[in-house]
Structures are given as structure tokens and as C-alpha cells.
Design a protein around this ligand. Sequence first.
Ligand code: NAD
Length: 490
Amino acid sequence: MTDTRAVVAGVEVSLDHWIGGKRVSSADRFANASPIDGADLGAVAAGGQAEADMAVEAASAAYPAWAALGPQGRLPILRKFAEGILARGKDIAAVESADNGSLLMGNLHRMVPRAAQNISFFAQWALGLNDHVIDHDEVVNNVRYDPSGVAALITPWNAPMMLTTWKVGPALAAGNTIVIKPPEWAPLTCSLLADIAHEAGVPAGVLNVLQGIGEDAGDALVNNRDLARISFTGSTDTAKIIGQAAARSITAMSSELGGKSPFIVCADADLDAAAQTVAGQYINAGQVCLAGTRILVEASIEAQFLEKVRAAAAQMTVGDPRLATTRVGPLIHPEHFARVSGFVERAKAAGAQVLWGGAQSDAGDLYFQPTMFAGVKLEDEISQKEVFGPVLTWQTFTSDEEAIAIANGTEYGLAGTLFCGNEARAMRIAEQVVAGTLWVNCFFVRDLAAPFGGSRLSGIGREGGTHSFDFYCDIKNIAVRKGSFANKGA
Ligand code: NAD
């Protein structure tokens, strides 16, 4: 089959699958357009049952040799893979920006280094996995982290390179082989990732990329009985569907899902820093799962803080994400634009007050103004549902108990942000907010060793550091009676 290629942002990208160390095409294709200006980015291979099965077979065939290499044997290959990501950083950043409308500078300076670190960090961490020994009176428990088999890695469109490598790193370092199912609204950087892995010496079949629509390629993949793991990042609704497939074959699944995170500001906080950080929630047009979209402000400082946030939000320039001055790029797709606009119109109709924004921006078809709603109640749709756009709500509180009750008053529990000047008070509030990550006087800082994930409808399981390997590995205890061997053997 021919390898269908496109030139995107000056970079040549294959639009086909990568299976068993080769490009594999599909007669069925799906259209891919840039959210920046609607430019045609080429017709991408739309895999189905046959391609999904082929990818899992290739990964299964490559598994024994990759697993047998051990963490030490995999380390140099994965280091080279990470170096390859850095070496092609400009290409990755430009293609990702064209493909999903994310900020070019953010991709270059944050996403690409992070993607490389996702690979090298976990490759290094894996070296120490089998050092864990629990010494008991009679036995020594040798805790082993063994590879588990083939992992399906499914990711969303808002940050494909960063989110996919967050799974690829530990899955490969653990000794698993993988099938990546990229998001159909931003499928291109995962294709580049296959080229980079290949050039770094990742053996054929160890990393496969299955392009296609979620309900077709994704569905065929997660229903394959030869999977050992399914790692999913995306919406809660899709997780419920994939979870049923995982349940049918008792396949372990991790889910990193949506959120409706609170952003609490206490009266004694550094209000300038807090206001800048609130405005920062509009970055990438608010298409950030961790965004603190519900601003909860201590009533005594409402007026002065609102003016600070208003001023900071006014600096969030909407426009072409390739320009260094832009802070808010386009929404990903016309369907998503309609979804975001729908939330905004329904909130207005329900009586919410628009403090600013509330409409399409004149920057282009898919651009939406940074928006703030006041006069909302906790039970309103705009307070409860994830909009995934540049839309925030503004509420006040008069006691910590009230702030905590509002913060915990949705079905989600992904993250939370708190700005507060009093350490004891901050920790009291932080401990009571239901969230996988709670930032205090900071935002978006994520250590790769720290646990990451969501509670309630925001997910199942934690990844990061050992937690990633707890998921990707088969953990075994070899319990040996002390003094039971006649000789040490060879
Ligand atoms: P989505 O659930 O529509 O799609 C995610 C992925 O799942 C895509 O690759 C899609 O092709 C695939 N998919 C869809 N249906 C499938 C099926 N039936 N079987 C198998 N795969 C299927 O999500 P999205 O719209 O791409 O992403 C936005 C969502 O992701 C938001 O809710 C956001 O909060 C969430 N998100 C969460 C995190 C996190 O770390 N918690 C990070 C980023 C985004």
C-alpha cells in the first residue's frame, strides 16, 4: 500500500497507520482540517476491525522480545526516543498547533520538553522497580513489577503529544508493547511520534499507531480480547462505553476524564497572582481538562478582585495560536464550537449575567471570546457541566464551609486551585476538596513522580511515578521461606 503523506506547517507527516514497523493504509479516510483557518490537512486513514486486529497482532508478536530486554535493555532505546522528540521539537510544535489550534509557543516550550521527559523519566524510574523487598519473620517477599502485555492507549485532541507520551513512557518502560489510538480531531503528532520511535530503534511492532474514528477504530481496539491494559484519557461518556468493553474481558483500565474544577480565592491571598492565574484558565481557549472553571471568591474582596481579574482577562488576546502574542486560540472543531455556544446561550437564557465575553470573537470562525458568568447557582447547567471552552463562572462565599460545599458540589473531582495567605487555613480547605490534584498558590505544576488522576466522574486510578507502573505492570510477590535452600545455586 502507498504511504499517504501531507505537508503540514512545512513538515511532512504520514496520514496512515504505523503497524508492525510499516506504514499501513486504509481505503476509508476521514477529513482533517486546521481549526486555525479551516485549511485542509489531508485525509487520514480510518481504521476499522481489520486494522485494529492487525495492530494488536503486531504488538503481541513484538511483546516477548521487548519484555525480555528488561528495564536496563530498554533504557538506551527509550533515551534515544526522548532525544528524538527534542530534536524534532519545532516540527512537533508546529504540527500540533496546526492540527488542534494550541499555542505554538506553549507547545515548543512546555509540551515538547514534557513529552520527551515523559519517555526518559519513566525509562529511568523502571530501573528501580524490582528492588522492593518486604522482610517478614519467616519469609522474604520479593515484589516484582513484570510487564503485562499489549496496552491500548487512547487520547483526546486537546494535547495529543503530551497526553499520549504520558502513557507511552511508562507503558514501554514497563516492557509492554502498545497500540496508540490518536484523537480523530488531531491525529497528526502521534504519526510523527511513530517516525521518531522508529528512528530511535524502537523495534517493529513495539509501538503501533491505529488511526481512525473513536466509534470504529477505537471500539474495535478496546474490544480486542488480547489486550492486557486500556489506558484512556477523554470524556466521561466515552469512558463509560470503553469500560463496558474492558469489563467483558476483565481488562484493567485507567481513566483520566473531564472536570469542573473549583478555583477558590481567599481574602488574604496574593490577589494579583490569583487574578493572573484566573485569566490563565482561558489558555488554549479553555480546552484544558484541569482548568479551574468555577471561580469562588471570598465575598469581602469581591469588588476589588473582580476588577483585577477583568484587567488580566483583557490581556488574553484571542487570535492565531501561531503568534507569540496570542493567549486564546480557536476551538477545535465546528461541532465543538456549537457545543460551547450552546452552553453559553442556555446560561444566558437561564438568567446568568455576562460579565464579559459571551459570544464569538471576530478573530475567526472557531474563535470564542473569553467569557465570565455571574449570577449563577450551583445547580445550573453552566455550574455543573464541563464546557471545555473559554467560559468561567463567578460565585462568592462567606465561610470556608460554604466554599468547600460549592467546590464539592458537582459530580466531578479532577482538580482544584486555591489561593490563600494562611497556611493552616489553606491546608484545611485543601484537605476537604474532592480532587485528584489540588494546587495551592500555584497552578498546573505537575511532577512526573506525583500521583495524577481524578475522583468521582473524573476518573479511575492514578498514574505518575510508581502509580503508573502499578497500572501497567503485573505485580507479583515471590515469597521465599528464609533458610529453605540447601545452596545458593548458579
Ligand atoms: P472523547 O472521549 O470524545 O475522545 C477521546 C478519545 O476516545 C479519542 O481518541 C476518540 O477517538 C476515542 N473514542 C471515542 N469513542 C470511542 C469508543 N467508543 N471506543 C474507543 N475509543 C473511543 O474526548 P475528547 O472530546 O477527545 O476530549 C475531551 C475530553 O477529554 C474532556 O472531557 C476533557 O476533560 C478530557 N481530558 C481529560 C484529561 C485528564 O487528564 N483527565 C486530559 C485531557 C482531556
